[in-house]
Design a protein around this ligand. Structure first.
Ligand code: PMV
Length: 361
């Protein structure tokens, strides 16, 4: 069992120089969804996602030797340049949970600044981009101080593992293209502990379009954390986990073959299954809004009329992800502007696409 606990990762604070690291890390959109977990952020089923490009978090971590003798982690946290106590408390709790893996965190004074390219808590998986960006910064600090993660694969694997501990889906954002998380016989090297890149997809999926239609910028009424917890009492949960495994097989085949129709059918069904599970939870809840449904009807009608392979997905929120190959962008965009944008909050949508993964900045 992979164990990153390492009591040797301690610095000599008398000689340590201050430093900083910054990463831009994207959000991701799962096609087969992760919904339901156990143990320490372990998934109940394997999942696979597109790593996006335009929806990202940028995080800067500055560190210096701690001057106070206090035991705990010393953290200042700014979100979009403003102190944010709620986020600071979350990040502090996360960093404290990592002190067996990164014991040097207790020896440092940390100043973390973070910002998103999109509204947070609106179902654009802000936790995936923010937790992956922070995890990458932590691994870079480790590598700078101890020269332990020089090998790219070792670095990415650890960053993915650390990101997972912050938010399960974040572990897939470490890789460009597609990321697969969760042990499955269908993919060699897959693990519940970290994600791996899925590099066998047909080239049409390497540049796929994923426009995010913002139905609402508001905060979600029920967090993903609470949603995962509700799966434990959900009578449909065992069938769901079985279904996800079966779909993984069909989806991987479709991704390899460039089969847009099978891909799209699975993407839509997974999105609706996710929301059906929420509606069938006890207590029941619903994150889709009237305009989410209106868009779904319009997308399906457009597909039937034009035969264009335009499909949708949803994350744990009301916003629509519009999925289509880039070679039909000039036909699809005018229709999005005319028919879907008016259903978005302030006509806002974020044109996005499958991206290259995180970047050190
Ligand atoms: O990473 P979490 O705990 O916020 O869970 C997110 C789960 C979904 O976004 C709904 C699906 C997924 O696989 O990303």
């Amino acid at each position: 069992m992979l164990d990153y606990t390492n009591p040797n990762l301690l610095v000599d604070t008398a000689t340590l120089e201050a430093g900083s690291t910054a990463w831009r890390s994207p959000s991701n959109l799962a096609i087969v969804k992760y919904w339901g977990k156990h143990g320490v952020q372990l998934p109940r089923n394997p999942s696979i996602s597109f790593t996006l490009q335009s929806a990202f978090t940028e995080t800067l971590v500055e560190y210096a030797p701690k001057t106070s003798t206090e035991e705990g982690i010393e953290l200042e946290f700014l979100f979009h340049r403003e102190p944010n106590e709620a986020f600071r408390a979350k990040v502090l709790k996360y960093l404290e949970s990592l002190t067996d893996i990164f014991p040097f965190l207790r020896q440092l004074q940390l100043r973390v600044q973070s910002g998103n390219s999109f509204p947070h808590s609106a179902g654009i998986a802000s936790s995936a981009s923010s937790m992956s960006a922070l995890a990458l910064c932590l691994c870079t600090i480790e590598d700078t101080l101890f020269d332990t993660l020089g090998d790219d694969e070792a670095f990415e694997r650890k960053a993915s593992y650390i990101a997972r501990l912050g938010s399960g889906s974040a572990c897939r954002s470490i890789y460009g293209g597609l990321g697969l998380w969760g042990k499955t016989d269908l993919h060699e090297g897959s693990s519940d502990l970290y994600a791996v890149p899925f590099q066998e997809a047909h080239e049409i999926f390497q540049s796929y379009q994923d426009d995010i239609l913002i139905v609402s910028r508001g905060e979600k009424a029920v967090s993903s954390r609470a949603g995962h917890a509700l799966m434990e009492g959900n009578p449909y949960a065992p069938a769901r986990y079985q279904q996800a495994n079966a779909r993984m097989q069909s989806l991987l085949d479709a991704l390899r073959a460039g089969d847009l129709e099978t891909f799209g059918q699975i993407a839509e069904n997974e999105a609706l299954t996710l929301h059906a599970l929420m509606m069938a939870s006890n207590p029941s809840y619903m994150l889709m809004q009237p305009n989410t449904l209106e868009m779904i009807y319009r997308i399906r009608a457009y597909r039937a009329d034009t035969k264009h392979p335009v499909y949708f997905s949803l994350d744990a929120g009301p916003n629509i992800h519009l999925l289509y190959p880039q070679d039909i962008i000039h036909e699809v965009r005018p229709w999005v502007d005319a028919e879907l944008a008016p259903l978005c909050e302030e006509n806002a949508y974020l044109p996005d696409f499958v991206g290259e993964g995180p970047e050190e900045i």
